[in-house]
Design a binder for this molecule. Structure first.
Ligand SMILES: *Cc1c(COP(=O)(O)O)cnc(C)c1O
Length: 389
């Protein structure tokens, strides 16, 4: 194997600035390192970012935790079914199993790679309680149709918005749509990062109250505060077997500044995506789907699909780029191919033809704000070279 001549260009890198670093150092010096004033500030800033301060934002230590809390607060449990896309990360579905409920995986729309609302409707049974759309790569799922289906069948909607900050659907920011809850991720490679972290957003006061209690061991101080004028600071009550899902102030310190940069980040990534689109237009590729005119797409992922007449297969394409020192990835190995999901629900690829076909031909290229002109050009030249071979 030949060694790459240039430094390796990783698939993803976080963009941490001096303000984030100073805020983390301030947190370390001031002594309050776990959940405290910065986590609270981050929640309030997040509601402001979404443009609706009546929303409740609940900071958690991962999107997975946020999805779990949302479904728990909705009372999802054994005997219930939740419908989601097979073309996602396992988090979206695993939280349903945490609660003893069952997952109904459905296929995607091959044009958008998002959950197909017709497949959702076809999968509804008397046991169905909720639908979990994922805004794949940052492109909004068809929320108008999904909300209409949910209303018709009296189902809850919990959006996995791990890729979707900031995304709009028909002009409205994801997070402000009429879903029971929306959950964002701040994992290291997401559109903004706190290393690990997430935000549960809801307009439902009861859901918010339950999620806040369950986020920290099932501790209920708020209720006690309300009817006791002088609550001793050491006193608390446990009202449920809760979880340990709180976000630290060290992580929130990163989030405060990342959030301020979220729109600029999205614009920078959109500019790179536009460069790629133009540079790849004549190649045997299916380029990523675009947002409708006027809607925001934060370009968390840039996913190409090799056309039937491409001179190379998906695996060889990734290997060829690696040989040129460029890291790629695949989003996702669909859930129906993973042993756990496949065996538990006796799934086969023929049930998900669009996800399966997309998976077999898809590659996620590096696209992030720390890529400069040189790195963007390197990716373009490598892709062109491999596909013209
Ligand atoms: C990253 C991701 C998650 C999980 O986010 P964490 O913050 O790592 O828990 C969930 N769903 C999708 C689609 C993701 O990409």
């Amino acid at each position: 194997m030949s060694k790459p001549a240039l430094p390796f260009l990783p698939f993803a890198l976080p963009d941490i600035g001096e303000e984030e670093i100073a805020e983390v150092v301030d947190t370390l010096r001031n002594g309050w390192i776990t959940t405290g004033p910065k986590a609270r500030r981050f929640e309030l800033d997040f509601a402001e970012f979404l443009g609706d301060t009546s929303l409740q934002c609940i900071a958690v230590n991962s999107a997975t935790a946020g999805l779990h809390l949302a479904l728990e607060a909705l009372g999802i449990g054994p005997g219930d079914e939740v419908i989601t896309t097979t073309h996602t990360f396992t988090s979206t579905a695993e939280v349903v199993r945490y609660l003893g409920a069952d997952v109904r995986l459905v296929d995607i729309d091959p044009a958008t790679l998002n959950i197909d609302p017709r497949a959702v409707e076809a999968a509804i049974t008397p046991r169905t309680k909720a639908i979990m759309p994922v805004h794949y790569a940052g492109l909004a799922a068809d929320m108008k149709t999904i909300h209409a289906i949910a209303r018709r069948h009296r189902l809850q909607v919990v959006e996995d918005a791990a890729h979707a900050l900031p995304t709009t659907s028909q002009g409205r920011l994801v997070g402000t749509l009429p879903s029971a809850a929306t959950v964002f991720s701040f994992y290291a490679n997401k559109t903004i990062t706190t290393a690990e972290g997430g935000m549960l957003v809801t307009g439902d006061a009861d859901l918010a109250r339950r999620a806040r209690v369950m986020r920290l061991h099932g501790m209920n101080r708020d209720a006690f505060d309300r009817f006791t004028a002088t609550v001793p600071s050491w006193y608390y009550e446990i009202v449920a077997p809760g979880f340990k899902y709180n976000l630290t102030d060290i992580a929130a310190a990163l989030g405060l500044h990342q959030l301020r940069r979220a729109r600029a980040f999205a614009e920078q990534r959109a500019a790179i995506a536009a460069r790629f689109d133009q540079a790849f237009a004549d190649l045997p590729l299916l380029l990523p789907p675009k947002a409708p005119p006027g809607d925001l797409h934060p370009w968390h992922l840039y996913v190409i699909r090799l056309a039937d007449n491409a001179p190379i297969g998906r695996d060889a394409f990734i290997e060829a780029l690696f040989q040129q020192g460029i890291g790629c990835s695949v989003h996702y190995i669909p859930l129906h191919l993973h042993p756990y999901w496949r065996d538990r629900y006796a799934l086969s690829p023929t049930q998900f033809p669009h996800s399966q076909r997309a998976f077999e031909r898809m590659v996620s290229l590096p696209l992030y704000t720390r890529m400069g002109e040189t790195e963007v050009e390197r990716v373009i030249q490598a892709v062109r070279q491999v596909l013209q071979a």
